[in-house]
Design a protein around this ligand. Structure first.
Ligand code: NAD
Length: 499
């Protein structure tokens, strides 16, 4: 299959508007202060559209609009909301290619991934919540002969949602689907690096929702995010982003005593036990693939398996086979369906990764692969490409402890099961982990012993809508996905009736 034409070029399946305002009350509106900022494609390092630069005034307007819409949205039945969420899923599916190309252009991730994973997962997520919202039941308890307690679920009202740039469409979906299913109205602030793909999406699906149910205010963290998270009239903040920002979000929310869900950073261990290498078979191929998963989405995944722990008895063999697998990750134009690793999402992110690569070298870690920026030449010469990088060092090093959020893995060895678990848990984070062994017993024990909300055994990077996802320790508070997510967007009303 051939390379997709870039948005802006003739014949592209995805054409962006030259300028987007905020999406408030079912239409695109100019920002109150009239200011816009440039959206840059990491594919070639060039601006491709302008987006409204939101301020507290825009947030006020969006929150007010959302409350007006809530007056009728709150009375929709689960069946009605389910129909709407299913229609959104269908519309996304019908436009899958266009949305995938739009997101690739804005984020730099390969179209191979957006076509096969990001957008199909978003579709499935809307369908999942369209289904489970109808399965949610309240409850009745009889307290004595004449007294009954009814438990009802009620929406919270207007909720604020703030998301990062690494999976623009999917992160928006993870937030919107459960909030809408539960009957809330939303003010969403996308990341300033990737607002346009979400606005592109709302150009396609906006008409399926009553005006004002979802409102999108663009802009920067301090200018638009902080006024949203600290707004007196929102009833909850759902945030995905860095742990340091998460602390601020909690402070803002505490001013109004509203609940938060926080999906934060990670430094996920990927543990390879010695029986992995006991045969050169399909399982072994899968394990090597699992090692190379650190480069998926250019490493810009909160659960990136960024620390590989390899048992010493197989250390040399497995590492050299793993490096061979890494050398075959094809880097190139993200719009080329053959490309497996594309561009980092922004210039800031590129620089952050390069600075961590320098930190690793300065700490005395050994570079076994990559370790530098890549120039793809031609039109892509200014794009933000980093070679998949493998470091060897110790778990105490900064490159093992701090989130780099790039295609960088830090490898170390371990002797015993206990050493592996101790090293895996020696981190501030607790989001994801991988365990590779042919022994179901070992996988089970390690899976239970690792302090993380999601442990994959003999697989990695799967995100089904019906598996609860979230962090231990400084990786977050609360969970996303799964039926239980509705609890995070609802009040429990207890109506105690004496007959
Ligand atoms: P970030 O915290 O810098 O920004 C995230 C969002 O918060 C953006 O929309 C930003 O504008 C906004 N923001 C920034 N400062 C703010 C403030 N003071 N008040 C309100 N809003 C503010 O994070 P990022 O660099 O965009 O995203 C990468 C991070 O996200 C990584 O740490 C990654 O691990 C994490 N992440 C976590 C998950 C998860 O589910 N746990 C998923 C994806 C990404």
């Amino acid at each position: 299959s051939s390379v997709y034409a870039a948005p802006g070029e003739k014949g592209s399946v995805a054409q962006y508007r030259a300028r987007y305002g905020h999406y408030i009350g079912g239409e695109f509106v100019a920002p109150v202060k009239g200011e816009y900022f440039e959206d840059i494609s990491p594919v070639n390092g060039k601006p491709f559209c302008e987006v409204g630069r939101g301020t507290a005034e825009d947030i006020d307007r969006a929150v007010e609009t959302a409350w007006k819409a809530f007056a009728s949205w709150r009375h929709t039945s689960p069946a009605e909301r389910s129909v709407i969420l299913n229609r959104i899923a269908d519309r996304i599916e019908q436009n899958l290619e266009a949305i995938a190309v739009a997101e690739t252009w804005e984020n730099g991730k390969p179209v191979r991934e957006t076509l096969a994973a990001d957008i199909p997962l978003a579709v499935d997520h809307f369908r999942y919540f369209a289904g489970v919202l109808r399965a949610q039941e309240g409850g009745i308890s009889q307290l004595d002969e004449n007294t009954v307690a009814y438990h009802f679920h009620e929406p919270l009202g207007v909720v604020g949602q703030i998301i990062p740039w690494n999976f623009p469409i999917l992160m928006a979906t993870w937030k919107l689907a459960p909030a809408l299913a539960a009957g809330n109205c939303v003010v969403l602030k996308p990341a300033e690096q990737t607002p346009a793909s979400i606005l592109f999406l709302f150009d396609l699906i906006g008409d399926l929702l009553p005006a004002g149910v979802v409102n999108i205010v663009n802009g920067f963290g301090i200018e638009a995010g902080a006024p949203l998270a600290s707004h007196k009239r929102i009833r909850k903040v759902a945030f995905t982003g860095e742990t340091t920002t998460g602390r601020l979000i909690m402070q803002y929310a505490s001013q109004n005593l509203i609940p938060v869900t926080l999906e934060l950073g990670g430094k996920s261990p990927n543990i390879f036990f010695e029986d992995v290498a006991s045969a050169q078979d399909a399982y072994y191929e899968k394990a090597k693939e699992g090692f190379a998963m650190f480069a998926l989405n250019q490493g810009e995944v909160c659960t990136c398996p960024s620390r590989a722990l390899i048992q010493r008895s197989i250390y040399d063999t497995f590492l050299s086979d793993g490096l061979d697998r890494v050398s075959r990750i094809r880097q190139g134009n993200p719009l080329d369906p053959e490309t497996m690793i594309g561009a980092q999402a922004s210039n800031d992110q590129l620089e952050k990764i390069l600075s961590y690569i320098q930190i690793g070298k300065d700490e005395g870690a050994k570079v076994l692969a990559g370790g530098e920026r890549v120039d793809l030449g031609g039109d892509l010469t200014d794009g933000y490409y980093v070679a998949p990088t493998v470091f060897e060092g110790q778990n105490s090093m900064r490159i093992f402890q701090e989130e780099i959020f790039g295609p960088v893995v830090s490898v170390t060895g371990f002797d015993t099961y206990d050493d592996a678990i101790a090293t895996a848990n020696d981190t501030l984070y607790g989001l994801g982990a991988g365990v590779w062994s042919r022994s179901a017993d070992l996988c089970y024990r390690a899976g239970r012993a690792i302090e993380a909300g999601r442990v994959w055994t003999n697989t990695y990077h799967q995100y089904p809508a019906h598996a609860a996802f979230g962090g231990y320790k400084q990786s977050g508070i609360g969970r996303e996905n799964h039926l239980r997510m509705l609890d995070h967007y609802q009040q429990t009303k207890n109506l105690l009736v004496s007959y």
